[in-house]
Write a protein that binds this ligand. Structure first.
Ligand code: FE
Ligand code: FE
Length: 180
């Protein structure tokens, strides 16, 4: 193998075609996941006890709709049809979150602790996905696509930080003081 930079020209190699296919597949996966979240988040919002958590989730429902539009924009930038492909991981995270929440008492702070933990698992999945996709887009020379994905990545990180702040500021402590 020559030591010169492979693929320094922009012509497609078999390798980059394979990578592009992987990239588009991963976009379809997160597109499904975001759509699934717009159905699951309102249920989480309704189940939450404190208005603080309810409004944090409500805000993120709006952002999630924006994430869907951004993905549609990305598909368009790539000249691909926006297509959703079932994401088993997100389906599992939501299912597990719902059953954990059901096991907690309605109107309790323990329920909010459970919702926050479930929501943070979802955000971490999204952070890993968008972080990887933004990096990959950059590697493939899709700088504008990368910038769009990075915008969503920042919002997922911010949401995760907000949830941590809500848990740390009061809910965890108050849940610990809560009577049976
Ligand atoms: Fe999202
Ligand atoms: Fe999110």
């Amino acid at each position: 193998m020559p030591t010169t930079k492979a693929n320094s020209g922009k012509q497609k190699s078999a390798g980059s075609e394979q990578l592009e296919e992987f990239f588009v597949d991963a976009l379809k996966d997160i597109y499904w996941a975001e759509k699934h979240l717009t159905k699951a988040l309102p249920k989480m919002q309704k189940a939450a006890t404190t208005s603080q958590l309810q409004s944090a989730i409500k805000e993120h429902i709006g952002q999630t709709e924006e994430h869907i539009s951004r993905l549609e924009q990305v598909f368009e930038m790539l000249g691909k049809k926006a297509q959703a492909k079932k994401c088993d991981a997100m389906e599992g995270l939501i299912k597990e979150g719902e059953s954990i929440v059901e096991e907690t008492e309605e109107g309790s702070l323990t329920r909010d602790v459970a919702i926050i933990m479930a929501a943070q698992k979802v955000e971490h999945y999204e952070i890993a996905t968008y972080g990887g996709l933004a990096q990959l887009a950059m590697t493939m020379g899709y700088d504008e696509v990368s910038a769009v994905l990075a915008q969503t990545l920042e919002e997922e990180k911010q949401t995760d930080a907000n949830l941590t702040a809500i848990a740390e500021n009061n809910i965890n402590w108050e849940a610990e003081q809560e009577d049976e």
